[in-house]
Each structure stands twice: as structure tokens, then as C-alpha cells.
Design a binder for this molecule. Structure first.
Ligand SMILES: N[C@@H](CCC(=O)N[C@@H](CS)C(=O)NCC(=O)O)C(=O)O
Length: 220
């Protein structure tokens, strides 16, 4: 099984299935498709049917879309608790993951993941407050229900879906509750996240369109 991913410092979607594979000790090889540099988009289109990362290759099967990749991993490893065990928790985990996949657009657009960076105070709270409030209510309800430290007790695909948001909260020092801060810490403490993070810190590529100065129109 091969996973095609983008730059670890920036690629939120790549991070999610990678964390699931690593955390559940599922053997895979990773391949890198840069998200910057000469003809990066053409090169990515040659390697990915959707022109995006991640892509999972398993024999002749090519799976695009993060959530479909995670579901496939769960299907072929039914004994690994990729999703929580009980039906109600699975439904809630899938709902939260679907909401992450389709939503939180203002937060995602205003505060790109950049693991190497530290930009406290750079995000206009007014732009993201609706998403941040919803995020804190959702995480708060799930953490109260499970008693943590992850959304459903132990780490599951739902946490993998939200890990890049935890990284944004840290990078931009977003104003959040202690409960939310503790959850961000739990993500940073996960061995698979630590491994991704360490590898991201070693990267030197700059993906300009994902840098806060570019997004805020300061270097366009
Ligand atoms: N809906 C896709 C989104 C994937 C995505 O947007 N990936 C970014 C990198 S994090 C990408 O490939 N960007 C390249 C581009 O849009 O040209 C998924 O769930 O996997």
C-alpha cells in the first residue's frame, strides 16, 4: 500500500490518513508530491487522478479523497479501532469527520496549517469566531461524553480529521478554552503526530500560497 502525500509542513489532508496508518501500525510506503516548485500542479496531475493529495494506491486500486481513504483503511482492517467500537460513537465520529471534511471553511482559509511557524495574534478573530465557537462546542460535547483525552476516548479517525485544526490553534495561538487547549496538547502528544511534526520541521520548502503573509495580501 502506498500513500501519496504533499509537504508535511503544510498538507493538512495528507496528514489525516497518514496519522491513521501510523497510529494503527498499518504498513505502507509514502511518496512525496511537492505542492510548490516548477510545474508542481502538472506533476501532481500526472500522479493523482484528482490532481490532489492524498491518494492511496493498493494494488490496482486508486483511492482519492481523505475520508474515502480512511474508510478504506478501516474496511480492510476491521480489527483495528479506526472508528470507535460502539454504533452511536461511530455515528458521532463520522458526523464530526464529515463536518470537518466539508466545513470550517473560514478557519481553514484564514489560518493555513504551517507547523514550522509561530504567528500569535495574526488572525482576525472576527473572521473565524463562528467556526471556532462551533469547534469548541463540538469538541466539548464529545470530550465530555468520552472523558478524553481524545474525542472518543482513545485516538480514532475523528481525531486524525481534526489534528490539522489543533496545529492551527497552536501556530496562531487562537483564543480557546482550557479544555480545547488540553485536547490540542493530546494531539501533539500522540506519537504518530510527533513523528509527522518532526519530519515537517526538517522540511525547507516554502509553499507561498499557504504562508500567512501571502494569504493576508502582504506579499502578493
Ligand atoms: N477533498 C480533498 C482535498 C485534498 C486537497 O485539497 N489537498 C491539497 C493539499 S492539502 C492539494 O492537493 N492541493 C493541490 C491543489 O489544489 O492543486 C481530500 O479530502 O483529500
Amino acid at each position: 500500500m502506498r500513500l501519496l502525500i504533499g509537504n508535511k509542513n503544510y498538507s493538512t489532508w495528507s496528514m489525516r490518513p497518514w496519522l491513521v496508518l501510523k497510529h494503527f501500525a498499518i504498513p505502507f510506503s509514502e511518496e512525496f508530491a511537492p505542492l510548490s516548485g516548477e510545474k508542481w500542479q502538472e506533476n501532481l496531475q500526472d500522479r493523482s487522478p484528482s490532481g490532489k493529495v492524498p491518494v492511496l494506491f493498493d494494488g490496482d486500486l486508486v483511492v482519492t479523497e481523505t475520508i474515502a481513504i480512511i474508510e478504506y483503511i478501516a474496511d480492510i482492517h476491521p480489527h483495528k479501532p479506526v472508528w470507535p467500537a460502539d454504533i452511536a460513537s461511530r455515528a458521532l465520529a463520522r458526523a464530526a469527520s464529515a463536518e470537518m471534511h466539508a466545513g470550517f471553511t473560514a478557519l481553514r482559509n484564514a489560518a493555513p496549517m504551517n507547523l514550522r511557524a509561530s504567528h500569535p495574534g495574526r488572525i482576525d478573530y472576527a473572521e473565524i469566531k463562528t467556526d471556532l465557537r462551533r469547534l469548541e462546542v463540538l469538541w466539548g460535547e464529545l470530550l465530555a461524553r468520552s472523558a478524553g483525552p481524545y474525542l472518543f476516548g482513545s485516538f480514532s479517525a475523528a481525531d486524525a480529521m481534526f489534528a490539522p485544526v489543533a496545529a492551527r490553534i497552536r501556530t496562531y495561538d487562537l483564543p480557546v478554552s482550557t479544555l480545547t487547549k488540553n485536547y490540542v496538547e493530546a494531539i501533539y502528544d500522540l506519537p504518530a503526530f510527533k513523528e509527522w511534526h518532526e519530519e515537517a520541521l526538517k522540511e525547507s520548502w516554502i509553499v507561498e500560497q499557504d504562508e500567512i503573509d501571502y494569504i493576508q495580501g502582504k506579499t502578493k
